[in-house]
Design a protein around this ligand. Structure first.
Ligand code: DGL
Length: 268
């Protein structure tokens, strides 16, 4: 696979653009092909079977687009579809979840002993963070809370306001999260409310946002496989399965500036 081929990145919608943004900041020579499955958003309330089916179709599309590697920029799809996708792609294209690099980061020192995780219902129900952390460091306690209203709230543009303040306060004051020393924002939408969450906790706990950790892990992997692009990159391509003006406008929030989305139907 030539190193000048693009990196495929996908999410249930445009939230995964936070990961795409971190990748392009760290590796400006890399071209991206982004697919946001806006027709099936949100994944957080879908069944595991549906999430696996959608993810496989998207991986096939990104493969056909010539991607040299694929990043699942969605915790929900990473929780439920990563293994199926890895089997499907085999040795052809490396695929990365947003979960494993964060688990490695959290367990690489003794800094964190009581880790909180907030995410969609599907991610929390999968129990994936608790299980993976347990396998690496059984003594670490993991306290997980489903926060299903946060992603739709952010998609609707409610953050840094009274509505987001009330909802964030309500979720974070849940007794389940008491006593944590760190909190994983296990949904690719949540970097947009990172400051509000940090303000709730003051500097008392460490807030972990997956995006930079995932981008750094990808960079290391591409370097290891001799797949880092050294040439002038091709332009990025951004696809969605359902187009509305509001999706396009919201890309500014997630990617830093507004981008042009192309509608692409990949379902039979
Ligand atoms: N971006 C998805 C994630 O990281 C959440 C949004 C959804 O429910 O589709 O889990």
């Amino acid at each position: 696979m030539p190193a000048n081929q693009p990196i495929g990145v996908f999410d249930s919608g445009i939230g995964g653009l936070t990961v795409a943004n971190a990748i392009q900041k760290l590796m400006p020579k890399e071209a991206l092909v982004y697919f946001g499955d806006t027709a099936h958003l949100p994944y957080g309330d879908k069944s595991p079977e549906a999430i696996k089916y959608y993810s496989l179709k998207i991986a096939k599309f990104l493969m056909d687009e010539g991607c040299k590697a694929i990043v699942i920029a969605c915790n929900t799809a990473s929780s439920l579809a990563y293994h199926d996708l890895k089997l499907f792609l085999g040795a052809q294209i490396p695929i990365y979840s947003v979960i494993d690099p964060v688990v490695d980061y959290m367990t690489s020192s003794d800094q964190f002993q009581n880790i909180g995780v907030i995410a969609t219902r599907a991610t929390i129900n999968s129990n994936i963070y608790a299980e993976k952390i347990y396998l690496q460091k059984p003594k670490i306690r993991v306290k997980s809370l489903a926060t299903p209203l946060l992603a739709p709230m952010i998609e609707e543009g409610f953050f840094n306001d009274q509505i987001s303040g009330t909802l964030i306060h309500t979720y974070l004051s849940d007794p389940v999260l008491q006593g944590i020393d760190s909190l994983i924002l296990a949904c690719t939408h949540y970097p947009l409310i990172r400051n509000e969450i940090a303000a709730y906790y003051q500097p008392k706990i460490t807030i972990i946002d997956n995006t930079e950790i995932v981008a750094k892990h990808l960079q290391k992997e591409l370097l290891r496989m001799d797949l880092l692009n050294g040439e002038e990159p091709q332009p990025h391509r951004f696809y969605v399965s359902d187009f509305t003006d509001s999706f396009e406008k919201s890309t500014r929030l997630f990617f830093g500036h507004q981008i042009q989305l192309q509608l692409r139907q990949i379902w039979d």
